[in-house]
Design a protein around this ligand. Structure first.
Ligand code: BT5
Length: 324
């Protein structure tokens, strides 16, 4: 059940800069005027700046800088994504929390976010470092009506969403390294992990997890990745408001996801390839039997990487070690 408090914040945030009268709040939320006043005081304690004017009512002037269910929702311009947010100060992995919630029936578009992950997961049991309050460590629960074999398209879609935000909001030039890394100046700033639970021809749920290094200084990156990783702050020379970035990512995600659902994969493929890392360049691809030189061509409809080998044959690569 949605709390009165988060309903109140939503109601206030819908007014933009206008006031909403105590009477209207009272009618809409079915609470007394004195209960409203108490809620406002609680919000102020949490860092919300609220103006109360006689004969006009209330309005929010500023929200706290701290990530919470309420601060994410205040000003969030989405219809279904992030309408339910679960925020954890610290958790082993938002993926684990999201799996549990999805199994308990959490709806499409539920978002799990943490200030810190103590056992963040990459692919193939690799670690994902998720320092406290330095980045965005988020998992989104989706219940898409697509066939399970198409789920890797959602990883590619997510990569295009993050690239779009980094490009348009931060004026950066991100590259997407197949299958799931966002690269800035040849270093990894973000990784995506898609996991799903499906039957043969039906997806029960998909969890899209992504981590973004936002406000790390160079020296705050762990030694093991310091040469291969970067943050938005390192690349832009300035710190970024995490809540604002989250809201922008969610709004862009919802828009691009709907477009993908209605128009299909070609548009995602096109966007992905526009930003694809080393497209048209020669790399070494190590497969089971050999190491071959091949030119990266782009991606196939099923999410595979397309590479053109020296004999001219274009092959689909599903998993291989690529010497980027
Ligand atoms: C990924 O795996 O890149 C997927 C990362 C997904 C993380 C999110 S955070 C929210 C959600 N909850 C989770 O527990 N996970 C998801 P992969 O391609 O396997 O890359 C992992 C490798 O990236 C590691 O082996 C390191 O080399 C490197 N790495 C680890 N942490 C990093 C970081 N913070 N920044 C850049 N590189 C990192």
């Amino acid at each position: 059940m949605e709390s009165t408090r988060s309903k109140l914040i939503k109601l206030l945030s819908l007014q933009d800069d206008n006031y909403i009268s105590g009477q209207e709040i009272s009618d809409k939320l079915k609470i007394s005027r004195s209960a409203i006043w108490k809620h406002m005081k609680e919000l102020e304690k949490d860092g919300y700046e609220i103006e109360a004017k006689r004969n006009k009512g209330y309005r929010i002037l500023g929200s706290p800088n701290k990530v919470s269910e309420n601060t994410i929702q205040w000003g969030l311009e989405t219809n279904w994504l992030g309408k339910k947010v679960i925020h954890k100060a610290s958790t082993p992995s938002t993926q684990i929390v999201a799996h549990q919630l999805a199994q308990e029936g959490a709806g499409h578009g539920t978002v799990v976010i943490a200030d810190e992950q103590t056992a963040g997961k990459g692919r193939l049991s690799r670690d994902w470092y998720s320092a406290k309050n330095k980045g965005i460590w988020m998992s989104i629960i989706l219940r898409p009506n697509i066939l399970p074999y198409l789920a890797p398209q959602l990883t590619l879609l997510t990569a295009t969403v993050l690239a779009d935000v980094f490009q348009k909001k931060l004026q950066l030039a991100p590259k997407i390294k197949w299958p799931n890394d966002i690269i800035l100046n040849d270093k990894k700033v973000s990784g995506i992990l898609t996991e799903m639970q499906a039957e043969q021809d039906k997806i029960n749920y998909v969890i899209i997890g992504f981590g973004i290094n936002v406000n790390h200084e160079q020296k705050e990156l762990p030694n093991t990745i310091i040469n291969r990783a970067t943050s938005l702050k390192i690349e832009t020379g300035q710190a970024w408001e995490i809540i604002e970035l989250i809201q922008r990512i969610l709004a862009t995600f919802e828009e691009k996801y709907e477009e993908y659902m209605s128009k299909g994969f070609p548009i995602v493929k096109q966007r992905w390839e526009q930003n694809g890392y080393r497209i048209g360049e020669k790399t070494k691809i190590k497969s089971f039997q050999s190491v071959d030189e091949a030119v990266i061509m782009g991606i196939a409809d099923d999410g595979a990487l397309l590479a053109k080998y020296q004999d001219g044959e274009v092959k689909k690569i599903y998993s291989a070690e690529i010497d980027w």
